[in-house]
Design a protein around this ligand. Structure first.
Ligand SMILES: NC(=O)c1ccc[n+]([C@@H]2O[C@H](COP(=O)([O-])OP(=O)(O)OC[C@H]3O[C@@H](n4cnc5c(N)ncnc54)[C@H](OP(=O)(O)O)[C@@H]3O)[C@@H](O)[C@H]2O)c1
Length: 347
């Protein structure tokens, strides 16, 4: 395949062009605040209700963002007849129970990454979602970003040839803090579930079947991993090389090498990022750089995608379905165990 004269157009570059859902927020923490702000800035989605384990926290959050209704329990939020969908933004230890509650209430769910704490919990969520016919989607925002959409098209068109490797790095220094959800095993702490899931999901998604995975890492005094580097190997020998860390200032970059060309993601790959397609001899380079949805605001693309899926009557994301969320959780379990981190109920 000849090197193209132009990059493909992203299949979805306007999150405003999506059916409007009335959202409920379950767990009014840091990312929930970013979610509401980003939806307000870039979409016509409506956030109409918020639920907290504490009525005062729900009411404070509602006032801060001008949300109509606040609820003092997650069950009350999910029983609110005025919501079309719920965004679950609680620590990983709660994802399984919170999502089962949403499934029982019949409320379509966008569940923050990592999907669950363990693969066993992920399989249970998948099976119950399917048997109830209730939509559940992992909020793996990276999968829905414009540069990722272009990567899909370039690969499908054969521009890269055979994929030989995927590299992805994500990390930043976080000082150890006892009791924080990041470092506390009982809250599903550890760098893999918190941010390592981004490079892992990216590499595994592009490579397909993984035959073997080998990881190395370090642990904090609380027993959760705070650095992991790993290689994923496919049956044909293609490699995913990933790194995640709370100890160093990471680049956040990613790359895909193919037999005919390569793609460089030139900034933090799990947010909207500039990307280049480079020819085999390095002489031809096509660049893409769309800065309309900086940083975490890129999470609006997954929201627009979910609104479209619900309108189409789907019960899973066609881009990252529940089997894929389970597969990624199985790889996360395996790596976590290889580096020596186990949750109390796994010992
Ligand atoms: N997409 C992204 O860019 C991104 C970025 C950061 C985090 N995340 C994900 O978002 C989720 C939440 O992260 P966060 O940083 O927003 O966390 P956070 O600030 O600690 O907020 C989590 C919320 O969950 C609720 N919660 C329920 N059970 C809890 C428990 N046992 N302990 C503590 N809080 C509990 C709390 O609300 P109430 O008690 O008031 O109900 C709390 O406000 C995680 O899954 C994380 O991986 C995603």
């Amino acid at each position: 395949m000849a090197f193209p004269s132009a990059l493909p157009v992203p299949t979805d570059s306007d999150p405003r062009d999506a059916p409007v859902l009335r959202w409920g927020i379950l767990g009014p923490g840091l990312i929930a605040a970013d979610f509401v702000s980003a939806l307000g800035r870039h979409t016509d989605q409506q956030v109409v209700a918020v639920g907290s384990r504490d009525a005062a926290r729900a009411s404070d959050f509602a006032q801060r963002f001008g949300i109509e209704r606040s609820h003092g329990s997650y069950a009350a939020l999910l029983a609110d007849p005025g919501i079309d969908a719920v965004y679950i933004a609680t620590p990983m230890s709660e994802h399984h129970a919170n999502t089962l509650l949403a499934i029982e209430a019949g409320v379509p769910t966008l569940l923050e990454k990592a999907f669950t704490r363990t693969a066993a919990e992920a399989r249970d969520v998948r099976d119950r979602s399917r048997s109830a016919g209730v939509f559940v989607m992992e909020a793996m925002k990276t999968r829905y970003l414009p540069h990722r959409q272009m990567i899909d098209t370039l690969i499908a068109d054969g521009v890269l040839g055979e994929i030989d490797s995927v590299t992805a790095q994500y990390g930043f220094p976080i000082p150890y803090q006892a009791g924080s959800r990041l470092f506390e095993p009982s809250l599903g702490g550890g760098v893999l579930l918190d941010i390592g899931v981004y490079p892992l999901s990216f590499a595994a998604g592009l490579l397909g079947e993984i035959a073997e995975v080998r990881g190395f890492g370090t642990l904090t005094v609380s027993g959760v991993e705070d650095t992991v580097s790993a290689v994923l190997i496919t049956p044909t020998g293609a490699r995913g090389v990933i790194d995640t860390s709370w100890r160093g200032v990471g680049s956040g970059r990613a790359g895909i090498t193919g037999s005919l060309a390569r793609i460089d993601v030139d900034a933090v790959f799990n947010n909207p990022a500039p990307m280049s397609l480079v020819s085999a001899d390095g002489r031809q380079r096509l660049g893409f750089d769309d800065r309309r949805h900086p940083g975490r605001e890129g999470m609006v693309f997954q929201v627009a995608a979910m609104a479209r899926y619900l309108r189409a009557g789907l019960t899973e994301s066609p881009l990252l379905g529940l089997d894929e969320s389970v597969r990624v959780m199985e790889l996360l379990d395996e790596l976590r165990h290889q580096v020596g981190a186990r949750f109390a109920d796994e010992n």
